[in-house]
Design a protein around this ligand. Structure first.
Ligand SMILES: [Zn+2]
Length: 64
């Protein structure tokens, strides 16, 4: 039977409590530990739209 070491614990960046470092979500405060796992992150299509708008504006400015 394999037991977890104390080395496998990390500190939650939100509530500063000791949690397992491979946990996706803090069991104490419920916050996600990495941006990749957070469901409320900024969608990629917003960034794509912003880049497309910038390119369109540059193209329009260079045409004049
Ligand atoms: Zn926490």
């Amino acid at each position: 039977m394999k037991r977890r070491d104390a080395d496998n614990t990390d500190e939650c960046p939100h509530c500063r409590r000791s949690i397992y470092d491979d946990a996706e979500q803090c069991p104490y405060c419920g916050e996600y530990l990495s941006l990749e796992d957070a469901p409320s992150r900024r969608p990629r299509w917003i960034i794509a739209c912003a880049v497309l708008c910038l390119i369109a504006m540059l193209w329009w400015a260079l045409r004049l």
